[in-house]
Design a protein around this ligand. Structure first.
Ligand SMILES: NC(=O)c1ccc[n+]([C@@H]2O[C@H](COP(=O)([O-])OP(=O)(O)OC[C@H]3O[C@@H](n4cnc5c(N)ncnc54)[C@H](O)[C@@H]3O)[C@@H](O)[C@H]2O)c1
Length: 459
């Protein structure tokens, strides 16, 4: 018997989940109060999306010793089985295994939902979960496109749910220390920042693969969701989906979102006022449609630590540059006193100097290394503490929306071939800094076409 969910079923029989969505206002009054203050009470957790990051999330949640894993969900039977085993091995109890996420949403006993599906499948389960009174830990980048992110922010606010995004660098103690160093003004006035993700996949990239029948045990139509229907292809599937615009946003949304987040969080700035991007698919011969080379130049307006605003550069090369372990990624803040470089294991300041003859100038003046700290576990702990206290988590969906908007705008500028002026009020692109002439070409990339039957729930 086919386990495929037909589109008619998706539209017509989503049962309690659909009713819950439709009756949003009524649900709001029925929401459970914040969990009891009893710090020993365990949360019932369900995982949606059982691939690589689903497994990493499950581990961290279980390592907090604050959760029961009551359900795992995936449209691919193989991945589903892996996570059932993982949970049973650690907690001694088999979670329910389901292929349709709406069954997870319908379960009354689920307190917390982890969303670790591909990017194009974050918004629908997240919105359904908060509408049903659940708190959500959602993987980054939270949304496939900017309009979707806005719907997620609105849903979290409307249903008053705690939503943490998986940008776990915020929970790294050394990044918090570097942030405080900058916010205390020790780097002087910041005028420019940089993020970069480099690596070398030349000459083949990830290679190409022929279309083929979808594997046994996979509900491929459901995997595609809102994305256009097309034959199954392994390159456009598990893990490597991130290199196709149908499902994700390429390197700027996948990896740079972590880095961009630290810049904007540290400097307390909302999304940029302008973005101009150059780049394209210059070298790699595989069929990905996201670029292998990118330079995005952002203009940010004034903020509490950047009185005149600042310029941010993102450089991405997938066919030239050292690997991660040899300096292939990082975040740099340039201030009037020097520069501060941050990575996942360290930060350091190199002071500026005016006298090149003085050997003591331009040296590393301050820094911090804390290898071995589990920032991901700390991030999950922060989320669960906020689920308990109902306080805003360290990487809330509202905060993340600003960061992810910046990341998506780099692609909007590249794909539309123009410099974008962004209005934070209308959340639209304009052709002029006065925000008078909407940019119709760019604005089509602010949202997407949703395949019939997989439209986003209304918030
Ligand atoms: N925080 C981090 O550092 C970090 C690291 C890696 C990945 N991620 C993010 O995690 C997410 C997943 O990435 P991944 O590398 O684990 O991908 P993956 O392809 O390994 O796993 C995704 C899983 O979701 C399943 N899925 C797809 N549609 C579904 C649906 N409708 N319902 C239920 N399951 C569905 C897939 O079958 C697959 O098992 C992405 O958004 C990615 O950006 C975050």
């Amino acid at each position: 018997m086919s386990e495929q969910v037909t589109r008619r079923q998706f539209l017509g029989t989503s049962g309690k989940a659909a009713a819950t969505l439709a009756a949003g206002a009524a649900v709001h009054t029925m929401l459970r109060p914040a969990r009891a203050a009893d710090a020993n009470e365990k949360f019932n957790v369900a995982l949606i999306g059982c691939g690589g990051m689903g497994g990493a999330n499950l581990n961290s949640f279980m390592n907090t010793e604050l959760v029961n894993v009551v359900a795992v969900c995936d449209v691919d039977q193989n991945h589903l089985g892996n996570r059932v085993q993982q949970a049973e091995a650690k907690l001694g109890k088999k979670p329910e295994a389901v292929k349709d996420y709406r069954k997870v949403i319908d379960r009354k006993d689920v307190d917390v939902v982890i969303v670790a599906t591909p990017d194009h499948w974050h918004a629908a389960p997240m919105i359904a979960a908060v509408a049903a009174g659940k708190d959500v830990y959602c993987e980054k980048p939270a949304c496939h496109n900017i309009a979707e992110g806005r719907a997620m922010v609105d849903a979290a606010a409307k249903y008053r749910r705690i939503v943490q995004v998986g940008t776990h660098q915020r929970s790294a103690a050394h990044m918090q220390e570097a942030r405080d160093f900058i916010r205390a003004g020790k780097l002087g006035t910041i005028t420019m920042t940089e993020t970069y993700t480099w690596g070398n996949e030349a000459p083949d990239g990830m290679g190409n693969a022929p279309d083929e029948p979808s594997p046994e045990g996979l509900d491929y139509d459901m995997w595609l969701g809102a994305a256009p229907k097309r034959p199954f292809n392994r390159r456009r599937f598990h893990h490597s989906f991130r290199w196709y615009f149908d499902y994700a946003s390429g390197m700027v949304g996948d990896w740079n979102v972590h880095l961009q987040d630290i810049i904007m969080w540290t400097l307390e700035t909302p999304s940029p006022k302008a973005v101009s991007t150059s780049g394209g698919k210059f070298v790699l011969p595989d069929d990905r449609d996201t670029p292998d080379t990118m330079l995005a130049t952002y203009e940010f307006g004034p903020g509490p630590h950047t009185p005149s605003g600042y310029v941010q550069l993102y450089t991405m090369r997938k066919a030239s540059g050292p690997p991660w372990s040899h300096g292939g990624y990082g975040m740099v803040f340039h201030g009037t006193n020097g520069k501060l470089l941050m990575r996942r294991d360290s930060w350091e300041v190199v002071g500026d100097f005016k006298d090149w003859g003085d050997p003591n100038k331009g040296r590393r003046v301050e820094g911090f290394n804390k290898p071995g700290v589990d920032q991901h576990l700390d991030h999950v702990k922060n989320f669960l503490a906020c689920v308990r206290s109902r306080q805003k988590p360290i990487a809330s969906i509202e905060d993340h929306f600003q960061t992810v908007t910046a990341c998506h705008l780099a692609n909007v500028s590249l794909r539309s071939g123009s410099k974008i002026y962004w209005c934070t009020k209308t959340e639209k692109c304009y052709k002029d800094p006065e925000l008078k002439t909407p940019d119709a070409v760019a604005n089509q990339y602010v949202t997407r076409e949703y395949r019939k039957g997989y439209e986003l729930p209304k918030v």
